[in-house]
Design a protein around this ligand. Structure first.
Ligand code: 5CA
Ligand code: ZN
Length: 409
């Protein structure tokens, strides 16, 4: 699949700091020191509905990771998937009487537009589940042949017991895992499984549903976790720097993905760091396609909202926090954007050298974007108070805000 166009990242003087970030697996702060090419996999959308602000907040967090790495003069190898075949997508297509491929293509196209408008840097590879199937089938066969997977009425399940490190991403106890598995696409109640938590790797063809050639597995379609594993291993290999997503992916998705990959390769770990963004809520409940309590990025754009204001609204919250979207959040962001634009539109102003270092330090400190915004607010307030004659300052502020926060002033 093609991704979306990259917005330009302006060059900044000097060099940024190494990112210290919260790692879910160790439940602590780690300093990331990738090689010259930092490797990141971020789970993409299931395209059965438009991009909502929860999605946008999660992609914003990982866009900041990229921008911090670029500022340390590293290249970034970023891979993202699109879950363009899965139960919720097929169910929505049936509900709406629309072909599932048309639905997936339409919503993926809208996602690309939203990401472009929000100045999110695109992945180098943007891969759909369907196009990954030829790579998924041999992985499932290998797991089965190694005894890490088994068949149940034609479906193939992964045996969680085959990975000695199973549980080390989420550290949840068995009961919590069971509950989350049932909520998030698993089938812990299905009789005949070795362990109720075992997730499906390959689902045998069902009447009325799409299916693909599975070689020795028979016709069917892939399970959810193996999709991301196949794509990540194909393009990044084991031991990449960051596996990212929202906190609802900690279990089962990232736990199972790590175990699939570790059982396949005998290597550990799948990702060096697991990073998770908090959940955005609306009216007191997590924004989710299944609940339908959504604010869409595209709807805001259609109403004339400046995407830079949407981005500032996201940046106003720490990525790990759970927070609530309200109209006031957006109004505050619009007001801040107007203040910043007025401040950089003057021919000179207070020196911005310290501001650049403050923004760098805030982001390096577990992506503390609220602290970065507060630093820019202080510069804008000093500008407002008429405090400087540095002619390079407004330009440096614009470039800092663009390069490190993805906001075009
Ligand atoms: N296709 C899978 C991942 S392989 C998937 O989870 N798709 S999704 O469309 O449901 O979610 C896409 C991303 O948005 C995931 O990282 C998910 O954790 C994140 N996300 C979903 N809802 C919210 C929310 N309310 N707040 C923050 N992030 C969210
Ligand atoms: Zn995923």
């Amino acid at each position: 699949m093609h991704a979306w166009p990259a917005s330009e990242v302006p060059a900044l003087p000097g060099k940024g700091r190494d990112l210290r970030i919260h790692d879910t697996a160790t439940d602590g702060r780690v300093t990331l020191t990738p090689g010259p090419v930092a490797r990141i996999y971020v789970c993409g959308i299931t395209p059965y509905d438009a991009t909502h602000l929860g999605h946008a907040a999660t992609y914003n967090a990982f866009d900041l990771v990229q921008r911090v790495w670029l500022d340390t003069k590293r290249q970034v190898h970023y891979v993202q998937n699109v879950t363009d075949v899965d139960d919720p997508l097929l169910e929505r297509a049936v509900r709406d009487g629309i072909d599932w491929t048309v639905l997936a293509e339409r919503e993926t196209a809208l996602f690309r537009e939203d990401m472009t408008a929000l100045r999110m840097l695109p992945p180098r590879q943007y891969i759909g589940a369907v196009e990954a199937i030829p790579g998924i089938v041999p992985l499932v066969e290998r797991l089965r042949d190694a005894g890490a997977a088994y068949e149940l009425d034609g479906d193939v399940y992964f045996s969680v017991e085959s990975d000695p490190h199973f549980g080390e991403v989420s550290h949840y106890d068995a009961e919590a895992m069971r509950v989350l598995s049932a909520e998030r696409g698993g089938d812990p109640e299905r009789p005949g499984k070795k362990n109720p938590l075992d997730p499906m790797l390959w689902m045998a063809a069902r009447e009325g549903e799409p299916s693909w050639d599975g070689a020795s597995l028979g016709p069917g379609r892939p399970g959810w976790h193996i999709e991301c594993v196949a794509i990540a291993l194909d393009h990044l290999g084991m031991g990449f720097d960051v596996q990212g997503g929202g906190s609802d992916l900690v279990f089962p998705h990232h736990e199972m993905g790590a175990s699939h990959a570790q059982a396949l390769t005998g290597e550990f770990p799948f990702a060096k760091t697991y990073v998770h963004a908090g959940m955005v809520a609306l009216d007191g409940e997590k924004m989710s396609k299944s609940r339908g309590n959504l604010v869409f990025v595209s709807a805001l754009r259609r109403q004339g909202t400046d995407p830079a204001a949407i981005r500032l609204a996201l940046l106003g919250h720490h990525y790990r926090a759970d927070w609530e979207w309200t109209d006031q959040v957006l109004r505050d962001a619009e007001e801040r954007l107007a203040r910043w634009r007025a401040a950089v539109s003057r021919p000179d102003g207070p020196s911005a050298d310290a501001l650049l270092e403050e923004v760098r330090e805030a982001l390096a400190d577990d992506l503390d974007s609220p602290a970065a915004l507060a630093a820019v607010d202080r510069w804008a307030a000093a500008q407002q108070a008429g405090g400087g004659t540095d002619e390079s300052a407004p330009g440096l502020v614009s470039r800092t805000v663009d390069a490190l926060l993805g906001v075009a002033l």
